[in-house]
Write a new protein. Structure first.
Length: 317
């Protein structure tokens, strides 16, 4: 298998030195602690995050970083919230709100709080090209169509509720989603036999609630200038997938007493397709302020390594 010399990333960083351990985030406990704390808050483990942050604060007050590490941490702190601020700062408040809205959506089948949030952030979502507000309203229409969770409601009553909701709410979406609205209203004629209609996938999709919840979480985090998935989760998952191949490579290189950077061919095979799509498309620079030197060098080294070790087009010798 040959290294992919035509990789756009390799061309972009041609003749530029790879990052050194000077910017290794694992050698900076403060950065690792922030990543763990952010992950806990993002996942809604607020009690665990409080305990963790309290322990970090006690130990951090007693430790001193050397000059080089302190400079790198200062640069990174411009992009990552201060660890003390995570305990009661705005980012914690926002994650609390996100999980409250997600709980209402997934557990109570109550879309109205999420719709209100999306409506309040309509302009920001529009700039992003997001469909979140309409997706929420569409699901609310379908929910009402099926009775809105009320026991004993007839098909006719459900259709009337959905129609009233469409008349009240869908007028603001006609410019962008006219075709989707026509499909929703066209399903009215097939209500007695919806399962055999062309609209069955819209009105009887068991994954619709999970899909909308995932979309809501992603857009909520995006407006906070954060990635949809936890960077700690993505890094750990990518590392766990890549580690066996890297260990195999290290063993072979040690036995042959050669370095992979000096070879035209690699002794192991692999592909970027081994990684989940969610990791491959994970945005690295969601927030422009995250382009601090330490994080940029760290992510660049990961990309370059994956690009060389796992070329998408494998060529056999």
């Amino acid at each position: 298998m040959r290294r992919n010399a035509n990789c756009p990333i390799l061309k972009l960083f041609k003749d530029k030195p790879l990052p050194t351990t000077e910017y290794d985030s694992l050698s900076q406990p403060a950065l690792v602690n922030r990543a763990v704390a952010m992950h806990l808050l993002r996942e809604g483990a607020f009690s665990t995050a409080d305990t963790f942050l309290a322990e970090v604060s006690r130990t951090h007050a007693e430790s001193e970083l050397d000059t080089a590490m302190g400079q790198a941490e200062q640069q990174a702190s411009e992009a990552i919230p201060d660890i003390e601020g995570l305990r009661s700062g705005e980012i914690r408040t926002q994650f609390l709100l996100m999980h409250e809205l997600l709980h209402e959506l997934t557990e109570n089948r109550n879309l109205l709080p999420a719709i209100e949030w999306a409506r309040n952030h309509r302009e920001a979502l529009y700039v992003r090209g997001s469909n979140l507000e309409f997706e929420l309203c569409q699901l609310q229409f379908v929910w009402l169509f099926h009775g809105g969770g009320e026991a004993g409601i007839s098909i006719q009553e459900g259709r009337l509720k959905a129609l009233e909701y469409a008349r009240r709410e869908f007028s603001s979406f006609q410019g962008r989603y006219l075709l989707e609205i026509q499909r929703l209203l066209g399903a009215m004629a097939f209500a007695p036999n919806l399962e055999d209609s062309p609209y069955n996938a819209i009105f009887n999709n068991p994954d619709s609630w999970d899909r909308v919840a995932t979309s809501f979480k992603g857009e909520f985090c995006a407006l906070l200038n954060l990635s949809a998935e936890s960077p700690l989760y993505v890094a750990a998952t990518a590392g766990a997938i890549a580690l066996p191949t890297l260990l195999k490579l290290q063993t072979i290189m040690k036995e042959k007493r050669t370095e992979w950077t000096s070879q035209n061919e690699l002794p192991v095979s692999g592909s970027l397709l081994d990684f989940p799509v969610s990791i491959l498309i994970q945005s690295i620079c969601v927030n422009h302020s995250y382009r601090s030197k330490s994080l940029f060098h760290t992510h660049t080294s990961i990309i370059l390594s994956l690009c060389v070790l796992y070329p998408r087009n494998k060529q056999q010798t």
